[in-house]
Design a protein around this ligand. Structure first.
Ligand code: FE2
Length: 199
């Protein structure tokens, strides 16, 4: 049985941090620490937001700040699924909940072509950061061919509504997209009676 309280606690604390600073580095550092706590346990993500789609990876909205200053999303990767090379245009934090993810970062040359710089792997409990102007181009994949992986992402906007782009890594050709989300529903964070009953 899952308990939603770790996600609710994360959202409450992250909102407080957001309200307390205008410095992106501070927000990302404190946010990364909170996200690390959230993904260091795997007993809270409701099953509806952990379901893979055999056709493509899923991105389920877990929470959007009422002022759209940030959003929290579960990415569910079926075996071998991956993104195209893409950008974000807002800051991001990626916390690994289950399985393993590979991230290949790219740099863009002045002529618009891309170069892969490094590939890293995220293990459960680990957190990585994305910062526009520093490391905003990457390709992400499930490192496993035989099981699902799940990561929890936090972005500095309502990411499902942000106009951004995918790129052909060979030619640099840009294709704009707005991701949206994989589900119409979001988790019910606020029925506190469930925890009372569980206790
Ligand atoms: Fe990404």
């Amino acid at each position: 049985m899952t308990t939603i309280s770790p996600l609710r606690d994360f959202i409450v604390e992250f909102t407080k941090i957001h309200d307390s600073t205008r410095d992106l580095q501070t927000l990302q550092a404190k946010g990364a620490s909170l996200l690390n706590t959230l993904v260091s346990r795997d007993d809270w993500l409701p099953e509806e937001f952990a379901r893979p789609n055999p056709e493509r990876y899923s991105q389920y909205l877990l929470h959007c700040d009422p002022l759209e200053r940030f959003s929290v999303v579960s990415f569910v990767w079926g075996p071998g699924q991956k993104t195209p090379l893409h950008d974000h245009r807002v800051w991001g934090l990626i916390g690994m909940l289950r399985g393993r993810e590979s991230e290949t970062q790219f740099e863009r040359d002045a002529d618009g072509h891309f170069r892969a710089t490094e590939t890293t792997f995220l293990e459960p409990g680990e957190v990585a950061a994305l910062t526009p102007g520093v490391n905003d181009y990457h390709q992400v994949a499930n490192a496993f061919e035989d099981r699902i992986s799940i990561s929890i992402h936090v972005y500095g906007a309502n990411i499902g509504g942000v106009a951004r782009a995918t790129y052909d890594p060979e030619t640099g050709k840009e294709k704009s997209f707005i991701s949206g989300y994989s589900s119409e529903e979001i988790p019910n964070l606020w029925d506190r009676s469930r925890e009372r009953h569980a206790a």
